[in-house]
Design a protein around this ligand. Sequence first.
Ligand SMILES: Nc1ncnc2c1ncn2[C@@H]1O[C@H](COP(=O)(O)OP(=O)(O)O)[C@@H](O)[C@H]1O
Ligand SMILES: [Mg+2]
Length: 288
Amino acid sequence: MKLCFLVEENYRHDGMPVEVIRRLHAWGHQVDVLRPGGSLHRMTEVVSAGSHDAWVLKTVSGGPGLTLLEAAASAGMTTVNDARSIRGVRDKALAAAIGRSRGLPMPTTYAAAKPELLAEIPESDYPLVVKPADGSSGRAVHLLAAPDRLAALLPELRGEGLLIAQPYVPNAGVDIKVYCVGDDFYATERRSPLHPDRPHRERRVPLSREVAALAAQVGAVYGLDLYGLDVLLGPDGPVVVDVNDFPSFRQVPDAASRVANAVLALAAGGRPTAAVTTPVPVAAGDTL
Ligand SMILES: Nc1ncnc2c1ncn2[C@@H]1O[C@H](COP(=O)(O)OP(=O)(O)O)[C@@H](O)[C@H]1O
Ligand SMILES: [Mg+2]
């Protein structure tokens, strides 16, 4: 197979994409690697139809990686994950709207383009978690005990782009992180950045039937193939607070081989991407 991996500079030495690429090479596949954040792109010629069996994205939010993947999808190529599905989770405001409308247990979520607007959130929704809509790795996640704490945080929140705010889901200080690859699910436990007092190490834990069902539902709702989710065990059951395309798969046994196999299966399946589905023709005079 011929694959093109989009890998951000941050992940250049990261075991996950690098080991997957090595594994694919060792199995005789051709893998081209593009560094979206570190190269000048001649966008008008960046993709040519049929150049690869699949394009694979392992980048941070907000970089040019997703734009390149969407370009590949629009040229009819298979992408891992589906480009539109990635958009649906990388914007946490959009992820919350999609998730709740499809019945996922997610916190009530507000979005505000200016941090001052968060002052309109009712006191009954406090304690409040505020985070950037395009955040990752726990960056700029804040817990506000009461509305009077907002003013002091405003300077820091400016410049973070679109913000989201959610009522704090009471939890024991650890996330259940579920990693989904192929048809397999793996669970780990990891300290919540809002509970720095807890032990740091991420470790495998058994996956309950309830959380496994939730993980499968997340994949179906967003249309993701390789993904992870952060679950908090709240007083009313598991709550999804974050969904990630192509996560670290940390603690997943032989993760590189599993991910490489999943990529090959998806590339071979030739799953049509959202952008190449045939549009319904609109007859003259139809109103949209
Ligand atoms: N509504 C919430 N209630 C309680 N804790 C939360 C909430 N939202 C996020 N957290 C905590 O903050 C962490 C980081 O938030 P998350 O949405 O996963 O952002 P990131 O993309 O930075 O991982 C979560 O893993 C969880 O521990
Ligand atoms: Mg997270």
